[in-house]
Design a protein around this ligand. Structure first.
Ligand code: GAL
Length: 455
C-alpha cells in the first residue's frame, strides 16, 4: 500500500472555521485535559459506573447489527456502564457534524461519536473539543497493530491522535445484479477491473435491453453525498493527477470540466428520479432488478447480505473504470469529547473499539477491513478478504476520500455535495458551469493540502 502525505497540512482558514462555529462560549461543561488523566487506570477500571452516549450514522441493513455488536461487547467489558446508541441517519457523516455541533453548543457533548480521520475532525481540534488519545494508542499498541498507512492517516495536523479507527472500506466499487445481466443477455466480463470502454458498452447494452422504468444505473442521492461519491470516483478514474491537484487546492476549471463531462455522459444511463431515494433504497431496487448497477463504497456489502444476496451468485462488483490499482480509502473511527459528562466513559469506548473481540465481531458483520493486522483473515468473506489483500499489496496506491471526510474540510465537502447533486439533477448537466461553481467553492474554503498520490 502506498500513500504519501507530507503532513495533514491543510490550512484551515478563519473562513472555514467561521462556517462551523462549534464550541466556543456556549459550551458549558468543563474541559478535561488528558495530562490530568491516568489512561491505563481508567481503561482497567472494569467496575466503573456511568452512562455514555455513542453517536453514529449506521442505520442501514447490516450496519445496524455491526454497531450493535460493538455496544454489546462494551457492555461485556464494562458491565456497569450503559452505552446508549444514538443513530443519526444520513450516512457519510454530514448530518453527524451538524448534530454534534448543536449538542456541544447546548453543553451536551456526546461522550463519543463516529468520525472519519483527517479534515473532518480538524474544526473540533481548532476549537479544542476533542480529547487527545495518544495514551490510548500507546496502551493498546495501536501503532504496532495498525495496517500500513493507518497511523499516518489517523494523526492530526498537530501530530497527535484523536481518533481510534474501527473499520476501512474501499470506495471505488460498482455493485451489479448478476440476474439482471443474465435476464437481458448482457455478458459479464471475466475480469472485475473493467475499462471505460467496457463500462460504456455494458451501459449501452443494458439501456437497449431494459424496458421503460428500468435503468442501468441509479445514484440514490437524496442526501447528496452519493452523487459526490460518483464524482470522486470519476475524478480518480479520469486522471489521478487531477484528484491530487483537487485535494491539494490546485483547482482547475478545465480539469473539473473534463470530470463533469464524463459524469454528464453517465447520467444518460441513470434513473431520472435518482435523487428521490437514499443510497440504501437504491440498493433495494438493484436487488429487485429495477436498476442493474450502483456505484457505491464497499459498505453496500452488509446491506446486500441483509437482503439475502450472495456475492458471486446474486451480485458482483467491478472496480470503478480507470481506478484499477487504486484503493479509495474510507476509514471509520470514534473520537472522544473532552467536555462531556463522562469523558472517562468515552475513552473506554474508544479503546474498546480497537480490541480484538470487537474487531472480530464488527468486521464480520460490517464486512469492513479491520485497521489492525492481528485481526485474523479467517473472519473475512471472500470479497472483503480480496479488498484487504488489495489494500495491503505493495503495488496498490491509496487515495483518501473527500466525500468521506478525510481529504477536504467538512464545510467544503458539504458545499461540494450540494453542487454535485444539483449538477446530477439539472436537466442539461452543464459541465463548465458547474465546474466554475465547484472551483469557486473550493477556492473560498482556502484549503491547501499536501498529498502526494502520484509518484
Ligand atoms: C461512510 C461510512 C461507511 C458507511 C457509509 C454510508 O461515511 O464510512 O461506514 O456508513 O458512510 O453510511
Amino acid at each position: 500500500m502506498k500513500l504519501k502525505k507530507a503532513g495533514l497540512l491543510a490550512l484551515v482558514l478563519a473562513l472555514v472555521l467561521g462556517a462551523l462555529p462549534i464550541g466556543g462560549a456556549a459550551a458549558k461543561k468543563e474541559k478535561k485535559d488528558v495530562a490530568d488523566m491516568d489512561i491505563p487506570a481508567i481503561l482497567e477500571d472494569v467496575d466503573a459506573k456511568g452512562t455514555i452516549n455513542v453517536y453514529h450514522w449506521w442505520t442501514a441493513g447490516g450496519e445496524k447489527d455491526a454497531v450493535e455488536s460493538v455496544v454489546n461487547d462494551f457492555s461485556d467489558s464494562y458491565s456497569n456502564i450503559r452505552a446508549k446508541s444514538n443513530a443519526i441517519p444520513g450516512g457519510a457523516g454530514g448530518a453527524m457534524v451538524m448534530k454534534v455541533k448543536v449538542l456541544q453548543q447546548a453543553g451536551k457533548s456526546p461522550e463519543t461519536f463516529q468520525a472519519h480521520p483527517g479534515q473532518e475532525i480538524e474544526p473540533y481540534l481548532s476549537s479544542n473539543l476533542l480529547l487527545n488519545l495518544n495514551d490510548v494508542w500507546e496502551y493498546a499498541n495501536l501503532a504496532g497493530r495498525a495496517l500500513p498507512g493507518m497511523e499516518e492517516l489517523s494523526t492530526a495536523s498537530d501530530g497527535n491522535k484523536y481518533i481510534v479507527p474501527i473499520g476501512i472500506h474501499k470506495t471505488n466499487v460498482i455493485f451489479y445484479n448478476i440476474h439482471v445481466f443474465e435476464k437481458y443477455g448482457v455478458e459479464v466480463p471475466d475480469h472485475e477491473d473493467i475499462t471505460w470502454d467496457e463500462f460504456w458498452a455494458i451501459c449501452d447494452q443494458l439501456a437497449a435491453a431494459m424496458p421503460d422504468g428500468e435503468y442501468p444505473l441509479d445514484l440514490g442521492d437524496r442526501k447528496g453525498w452519493p452523487a459526490c461519491q460518483v464524482f470522486e470516483d470519476i475524478m480518480l478514474g479520469t486522471d489521478a493527477q487531477i484528484y491530487e491537484n483537487f485535494i491539494n487546492g490546485i483547482y482547475s476549471v478545465e480539469e473539473v470540466t473534463s470530470v463533469l463531462s464524463t459524469y454528464a455522459k453517465l447520467m444518460d444511463y441513470v434513473a431520472p428520479d435518482h435523487s428521490s431515494r437514499d443510497w440504501y433504497e437504491a440498493s433495494g431496487q438493484v436487488v429487485a432488478g429495477t436498476y442493474a448497477m450502483q456505484i457505491m463504497g464497499a459498505w453496500m456489502q452488509p446491506l446486500m447480505t441483509s437482503m439475502g444476496q450472495v456475492y458471486g451468485e446474486d451480485y458482483g462488483v467491478f472496480t470503478f473504470p480507470g481506478t484499477d490499482g487504486w484503493f479509495g480509502m474510507c476509514i471509520d473511527g470514534f473520537v472522544v469529547s473532552n467536555d462531556s459528562a463522562d469523558v472517562e466513559g468515552g475513552v473506554r469506548w474508544a479503546y474498546n473499539v480497537s480490541t480484538p473481540s470487537v474487531q472480530t465481531a464488527f468486521s464480520t458483520l460490517k464486512e469492513s477491513i479491520s485497521p489492525y493486522s492481528d485481526t485474523p483473515d479467517e473472519i473475512y468473506n471472500a470479497l472483503t478478504l480480496r479488498f484487504k489483500n488489495e489494500l495491503i499489496a505493495e503495488s496498490t496506491k491509496v487515495y483518501p476520500s473527500f466525500t468521506h471526510g478525510t481529504a477536504l474540510p467538512w464545510s467544503a465537502s458539504t458545499s461540494l455535495q450540494v453542487q454535485i447533486q444539483e449538477f446530477a439533477t439539472s436537466s442539461d448537466h452543464d459541465a463548465e458551469y458547474f465546474a466554475n461553481r465547484i472551483v469557486n467553492i473550493l477556492k473560498e474554503s482556502g484549503v491547501k493540502g499536501d498529498w502526494n498520490l502520484v509518484e
